[in-house]
Ligand binder design. Structure first.
Ligand code: EPZ
Length: 448
């Protein structure tokens, strides 16, 4: 390729600052819906590409805002990031000009902190802002910092920034976490791939996205192995090479669409869906009484007619993989609002990830939030349209599910949260027969 910059395929919907969804519910969804690549794999893969100066090419990358933010953050560092086609990104971190990840990036997306490990390991220094991310609890990054220090880094915290340096090179060592942290594990793995010596990380997160990252690192020539279910070991290398990789399907998006079919009494087939990565979720919705069947890479859902009383209340407790995913707890609560009986929800990973249930209650759900980690949901409750506000990504998607199941029209404010993590969600629901519009805040009706 010459030195002309290749065409950037950038589909960016008109820049609507404050967005709303307007949804007319009560219609069963039907048809086929494609599942996109996993947000929580793609963001880490893009960060991992900075471990080499050679070009890396990623396919099946979801067209979502968080990926665009990560691409912009990398470009601000001087990394070449091309977007030659839909769902394809190429990254070449030959000469990184700046080793500075600003507040703007971190405030928009917590996963920008994934640059700490690779930049520190490859360049020996980085200044990075303390991240923001979703509003689901405090979400510190102390475990990431402790992991870097265990690999020999010197890190100071001043005025919202971490000043990190690795005199010489990072050196392999023992990284012990007090409890499982997904990105803590991933940051430690990335840092260890270029460290001098052997690293043992435990307990290491078992999420499929972590294994997708390990698979990509192996293609780059890194020596990373899961030597026990909760242990990852790394033999540091001096250099890594570029590689190509296809992002795994998004299990959280898949679970979201399963619940959409369930609560609208629809018949939906998910295409490119990772059944094998949804064990705990499928077991749970099975106990609720949802009929679904897994194909090689499809999930067929046959939702029961609303207010038919077909779903049964169950207790749900979130846990690190392979337990029930915390990111599927909000969608699950919508299904539980339609189940006969009282369900107990125990959110063990994040504090105040149940807060959004107040919005669900405004639509008629019978919800009691007992404390930061416990709630009960009684049903079946007939949901009705309302004006509701989104606080975070997964709660936002769940309010869409509730609106699709509700009778009447719902206006959901804060739609931009959903576009951080779901590719073309309104287009996918329209394709299933939903009545959903994405509008600028303040639009009185779609005809205007
Ligand atoms: C990842 O966040 C995901 N995000 C989250 O998805 C997901 O909910 C979470 O893992 C759990 O599965 C990405 O991968 C980009 P953690 P992460 O470290 O790594 C505490 C979504 O909607 N903790 O496993 O940040 C933390 O507060 C998002 O896609 C510390 O105390 O989560 C939480 O209580 C939401 N100190 C617990 O650990 C730290 O340094 C587990 O969090 C780090 C985390």
């Amino acid at each position: 390729m010459g030195n002309e910059r290749p065409f950037h395929w950038e589909f960016r919907p008109e820049p609507i600052e404050r967005e709303i969804f307007r949804i007319e519910g009560g219609r069963p969804l039907s048809g086929r819906v494609p599942i996109s690549g996993a947000k929580n794999a793609a963001l880490k893969l893009l960060a991992a590409a900075t471990l080499t100066g050679e070009r890396c090419r990623f396919s099946n990358v979801p067209e979502i805002e968080d990926v665009r933010v990560m691409a912009e953050t990398l470009r601000d560092l001087g990394v070449v990031v091309d977007h030659p086609a839909p769902n394809v990104y190429e990254v070449a971190s030959g000469d990184v000009d700046w080793l500075f990840v600003p507040l703007e990036a971190a405030a928009r997306m917590r996963a920008s902190f994934m640059l700490l490990g690779p930049l520190l390991s490859r360049f020996g220094r980085v200044i990075i802002s303390n991240p923001g991310g979703d509003r689901i609890g405090r979400r510190p990054v102390n475990l990431h910092v402790d992991a870097m220090r265990a690999l020999g880094a010197e890190i100071e915290y001043r005025n919202g920034y971490y000043f990190a340096r690795a005199p010489g090179r990072l050196r392999g060592g023992e990284v012990r976490f007090p409890f499982v942290s997904v990105m803590g594990t991933e940051n430690a793995i990335l840092a260890a791939t270029l460290a001098d010596g052997h690293t043992v990380i435990r307990p290491a997160a078992r999420e499929p996205e972590v294994d997708d990252l390990i698979a990509f690192l192996g293609k780059m020539g890194a020596e990373v192995e899961r030597t026990a279910p909760d242990t990852v070991e790394v033999e540091g290398r001096k250099r890594l090479r570029g590689a190509d990789h296809r992002v795994i399907p998004d299990r959280i998006e898949a679970g979201t669409f399963v619940i959409a079919a369930a609560v609208t009494g629809g018949r939906v087939t998910l295409e490119g869906a990772p059944c094998d990565l949804l064990g705990a979720f499928i077991e749970t919705v099975g106990r609720v009484g949802l009929e679904l069947s897994c194909g090689r890479d499809t999930i067929e859902v046959r939702g029961a007619p609303p207010d038919g009383g077909a779903y049964r209340a169950v207790d749900v407790e979130t846990a690190p993989y392979p337990g029930f995913a915390t990111d599927l707890q909000p969608p699950m609560c919508v299904l539980l609002s339609q189940a006969v009986g009282t369900s107990r929800v125990h959110e063990t990973i994040f504090e105040d990830r149940l807060e959004w249930l107040v919005e669900l209650a405004r639509m008629g759900a019978a919800v009691t939030i007992e404390d930061e980690h416990h709630a009960t949901i009684s049903g079946p409750a007939r949901l009705h349209g309302a004006e509701v506000e989104i606080g975070d990504l997964r709660a936002g998607a769940s309010l869409i599910l509730a609106a699709l199941a509700a009778s009447g029209t719902t206006t959901i404010h804060g739609a931009h949260h959903v576009h951080r993590g779901y590719e073309n969600i309104e287009g996918k629901f329209l394709g299933l027969g939903a009545r959903i519009e994405r509008l600028a805040e303040g639009t009185t009706d779609s005809s205007s």
